[in-house]
Write a protein that binds this ligand. Structure first.
Ligand SMILES: C[S@@+](CC[C@H](N)C(=O)[O-])C[C@H]1O[C@@H](n2cnc3c(N)ncnc32)[C@H](O)[C@@H]1O
Length: 152
C-alpha cells in the first residue's frame, strides 16, 4: 500500500503540466480511487471494474464508470475518450499469477492507445508494450512490487 501511494504521488507530480483525465482500473473497495481524488482533485477520474463494491464514500458517479470486464470496457473507453488520459492506475491483480499475467498482456495493448505522450501508467502488474517505457520507481519502492511507465 505504501508503494502504491508513493508511486501515485510521483505520477501525480509527473503529469502536472499535461491535460487529460485519469483512469482507475480496479475500483475494489475504493481506497486508491480515494487517494487519486485527493491527489488530483481537479481531474476527471474514470473507473473500471466488474461491479461497484466500494466503500459508500468512494462510489464514482455513473458517468465516470465503465462496468464489466476491463478488456471489453477499455475499447469502449477508447471510443469515448480517445487518447485523453494522462494517468492510468492499474490495480486488478487477483493473486493468480498466470491469470494476472494473461490479463496484463492483453490490457497493455488496449490501454496504451488511451494514454497521451508523456502520460504515466502505474501498475500492480508488469506491462509490456512498445509504447510504454519503464520509469524509475520512487525511493524505497522495491523492484517488482509496483511498476511505472511513461507513454511515448
Ligand atoms: C485489488 S482490487 C482493487 C483494489 C482497489 N484499487 C483499492 O485500492 O481498493 C482488484 C479489483 O479489480 C477488479 N478486476 C480484476 N480483474 C478484472 C477484470 N478483468 N475486469 C474488471 N475488473 C477486474 C476486481 O473486481 C477488483 O475489484
Amino acid at each position: 500500500m505504501l508503494a502504491q501511494r508513493d508511486c501515485l504521488a510521483a505520477a501525480a507530480g509527473q503529469i502536472q503540466d499535461l491535460e487529460g483525465v485519469v483512469l482507475e482500473l480496479g475500483l475494489g473497495n475504493g481506497r486508491s480511487y480515494d487517494h487519486l481524488r485527493e491527489l488530483l482533485p481537479q481531474r476527471d477520474i474514470y473507473v473500471f471494474d466488474r461491479r461497484v463494491a466500494s466503500h459508500p464514500d468512494c462510489v464514482p458517479e455513473d458517468r465516470f464508470l465503465f462496468l464489466g470486464e476491463i478488456l471489453e470496457t477499455l475499447p469502449k473507453a477508447n471510443a469515448q475518450l480517445g487518447r485523453g488520459a494522462v494517468l492510468a492506475h492499474c490495480d486488478f491483480g487477483s493473486g493468480r499469477a498466470g491469470h494476472d499475467a494473461d490479463v496484463a498482456r492483453q490490457l497493455a495493448l488496449e490501454l496504451t492507445p488511451l494514454i497521451v505522450a508523456g502520460g504515466v501508467v502505474v501498475s500492480d502488474q508488469q506491462l509490456a508494450s512498445n509504447q510504454l517505457k519503464p520509469m524509475p520507481l520512487p525511493d524505497g519502492v522495491p523492484l517488482d512490487r509496483y511498476f511505472m511507465y511513461t507513454a511515448v
